[in-house]
Design a protein around this ligand. Structure first.
Ligand SMILES: [Zn+2]
Ligand SMILES: [Zn+2]
Length: 330
């Protein structure tokens, strides 16, 4: 089944059905002169926080810790490649990673934060205990799977000019069905507070697992964009009430075992070519916990390709792009 899907996807790709090509709506100019396209690369940076309630594993906590370790090993290599080819990344970062340490008070972690009610969604199952039950309430050197001030420092010190963005404080489901607005508000405020210690202002947002919702809260807290994934798209952002932009995902860089590495490389480069031809805004995203060999090979090829087309494609961060776009529409 998986094999068939992978082959079918190749056909749809050649038929230009995936990513779907949008025509400009004529409302705004979305790509600045003299460029023909915009390229944004987003990383969902979460260490152990993303997988602890995963339904796809018998031992989700073990899986979470494994992902965190791979992610920690990969990030310095990613940063080197970004510097070598001058490609910035927008790091949608779980807010807890900004902390050096945390403590329990009366046996409760982050007691000041309101909790999500129990729920189940497509990916996660949260039906017992406290949402923060796995938080080690320790220090980043003792529990490096749950904190990352050291990596954030490396990202901020890099030449490529990365952006730190927001992915909630503890990787919650943000959908209107599961998340009371007060929970998301408190989570984002905790992120903003933690990021202040690094001199970082959070402008861009990614809903964990694309649990899109509570857009008014995001707009109210100064967020300028959020990413959606309703189907791979080469198109244009959509303006929502509250002057917040929806950025449509073009593709997730993810290893598919039924494709060769060469095919992944071919496809990623071809999508960049189509973005230039179609004069689109292009958003690639990935989890930094993807397999290291795959990451090194595909990122090198993609970055070389982008670098060769630098005169035609504006390679920037999400926050910078929407700052530019907001000036156009004033
Ligand atoms: Zn904590
Ligand atoms: Zn995530």
């Amino acid at each position: 089944m998986q094999y068939l899907k992978s082959q079918l996807s190749k056909i749809n790709f050649e038929l230009h059905r995936n990513p779907r090509l949008e025509l400009p709506d004529g409302r705004f100019q979305y790509v600045p002169e003299p460029y023909k396209a915009v390229f944004l690369l987003q990383a969902d940076f979460e260490l152990a926080w993303a997988w602890q309630f995963s339904k796809s594993s018998e031992q989700p906590l073990q899986k979470a810790l494994q992902h965190a370790r791979t992610e920690r090993a990969n990030i310095p290599h990613i940063l080197q490649l970004c510097d070598r080819y001058a490609i910035p990344i927008t790091w949608a970062t779980v807010g807890h990673l900004f902390l050096e340490q945390c403590n329990r008070s009366n046996d409760v972690a982050h007691a000041e934060l309101p909790r999500l009610p129990f729920f189940e969604n497509q990916y996660w199952h949260y039906k017992e205990k406290d949402w923060f039950a796995n938080d080690p309430c320790s220090h980043y050197q003792q529990a490096p799977e749950w904190y990352a001030p050291d990596l954030i420092r490396q990202i901020l010190d890099s030449q490529a000019g990365h952006e730190m963005a927001c992915h909630t404080f503890s990787h919650i489901d943000c959908s209107d069905a599961h998340c009371p607005s007060g929970v998301l508000r408190a989570e984002i405020q905790a992120c903003q507070q933690a990021a202040t210690a690094f001199g970082v202002q959070l402008r861009s947002f990614v809903h964990p697992a694309h649990t899109i919702g509570n857009i008014a809260v995001l707009a109210d807290l100064g967020i300028t964009s959020f990413r959606t994934d309703y189907g791979n798209t080469l198109g244009y952002p959509l303006l929502h009430p509250g002057s917040i932009w929806e950025l449509k995902s073009t593709l997730q860089m993810n290893f598919r075992s039924h494709w060769s590495i060469q095919y992944h490389n071919y496809r990623y480069k071809k999508v960049v070519d189509r973005a230039i031809k179609n004069r689109s805004v292009c958003c690639f995203w990935f989890h930094p916990s993807i397999p290291s060999d795959f990451l090194n090979d595909t990122f090198t090829h993609l970055f070389q390709h982008l670098d060769r087309h630098r005169n035609e494609i504006w390679i920037t961060t999400t926050g910078n792009y929407f700052e530019w776009l907001n000036k156009q529409i004033q």
